[in-house]
Design a protein. Structure first.
Length: 381
């Protein structure tokens, strides 16, 4: 077989339907969306408006609550830094979960260097937070709580609706990283009570380098201090000439993902179950994290006695990972798995497989056969 890709949580290919909508905006339709005096600018502005509507619809927001960014990392920085700046008169306390993406954790560390107080929520073996712990950690000075919806390494999903309720009752802003969940599960930020959230297009078959930040405009109306200034674009919250081709791409990808979301969930969860059951026949295989509350496409498997780096290296034609793409080059145990109580050795023996809408039954059969063969060989060495 040709190379098989099972690392869709890292990135996904741009869907051909999305690419077709993007292409004219690179050359034929090249106007600046901020140019308000002629047709070229009006046309670009209309395309941005349309994309904003589609992105908002994907997560159950209003179009005027969507700010375009270069991706989830920038959106996270704008959310955490911008909110903590804007509400400095209220307090200086931020609560984050220990299994957040490094974009959240590193930003929290940076904020601590500026005098902000950071508290870290632990997780259990299933990768889920203790809601009672959250209630205890909240202080009078708490401004914000950051807990992601779906984990990028394990797929474990948090009970964001209950977390949001706890925060809203205390007048605390709740930020949720929706990067892995958007396009994979149904999301309605208003119904869930999420105050501010981020997404990234390349996780749901859109282009890289474009994302969005949702900022609630009512109940609560969230105030964010701009972190990039110079031109007043995006309601003054994110200045810089808009990347119209990419924005068209995230809008098209959002619309497509919303239309396919049910089929996507059924397809990927069915194949994931087959994959897990097939590999579990080896024995001494453990699924890391909750098997009840997780994204439909993701599994994180601990293969006893086999280091992940060795397994990945020898699987020449199968793309899998040992954790987040943003830190996979680092020779260190996964902070997510360590936070869940795994030992360093157990973490080093864990692999992440994430499926996509193009993953086939034939591919899964091949992957099962190849992994079983390789693991048995390594265990017998």
């Amino acid at each position: 077989m040709s190379n098989i890709y099972l690392d869709f949580n890292s990135t996904s290919p741009v869907d051909q339907q999305v690419l077709a909508q993007m292409l004219p905006w690179f050359s034929e339709k090249f106007g600046n969306a901020a140019s308000k005096t002629h047709l070229f600018g009006w046309e670009a502005d209309a395309a941005v408006t349309h994309a904003r509507e589609k992105v908002a619809s994907l997560i159950g927001a209003e179009p005027n609550e969507i700010i375009f960014t270069s991706g989830a990392t920038e959106a996270i920085n704008l959310a955490l830094r911008g909110v903590m700046d804007a509400y400095s008169d209220k307090g200086n306390h931020l609560i984050v979960c220990t299994t957040e993406h490094k974009a959240v954790l590193d930003t929290a560390v940076a904020l601590s260097n500026y005098g902000k107080k950071i508290s870290y929520l632990s997780v259990n073996r299933d990768g889920r937070i203790d809601l009672d712990e959250l209630k205890k950690v909240i202080q009078k000075e708490t401004v914000m709580v950051a807990v992601m919806m779906g984990n990028n390494e394990t797929g474990v999903m948090q009970d964001v609706e209950v977390i949001a309720q706890i925060c809203n009752e205390k007048g605390i802003i709740f930020f949720s990283d929706l990067t892995q969940a958007a396009g994979k599960v149904n999301i309605n930020v208003h119904e869930l009570g999420i105050s501010i959230a981020c997404i990234s297009a390349h996780k749901f078959y859109g282009p890289k380098g474009i994302g969005a930040l949702y900022i609630s405009r009512k109940k609560p109306r969230v105030i964010v201090t701009p972190q990039i200034t110079g031109g007043g674009h995006e309601k003054g919250l994110r200045s810089g000439t808009l990347n119209v081709p990419a924005i068209v791409g995230i809008g098209a990808a959002a619309e497509l993902a919303q239309s396919e979301i049910w089929n996507y969930a059924v397809h990927t969860s069915k194949l994931r179950t087959k994959l897990e059951q097939g590999i579990e026949e080896l024995g001494n295989i453990r699924i890391n994290g909750s098997t009840r509350f997780r994204l439909p496409n993701t599994t994180n498997l601990q293969v006893e006695g086999v280091r992940a780096d060795k397994l990945i290296k020898d699987l020449h034609d199968i793309a899998i990972s040992s954790g987040s793409a943003c830190s996979s080059a680092l020779i260190e145990p996964s902070h997510v798995l360590i936070a869940m109580g795994l030992t360093e050795q157990e973490s080093f023996c864990s692999i992440r497989l994430s499926l996509g809408k193009t993953t086939t039954d034939t591919e899964i059969n091949y992957v099962i056969e190849k992994i079983i063969s390789l693991v048995e060989r390594i265990r017998n060495e």
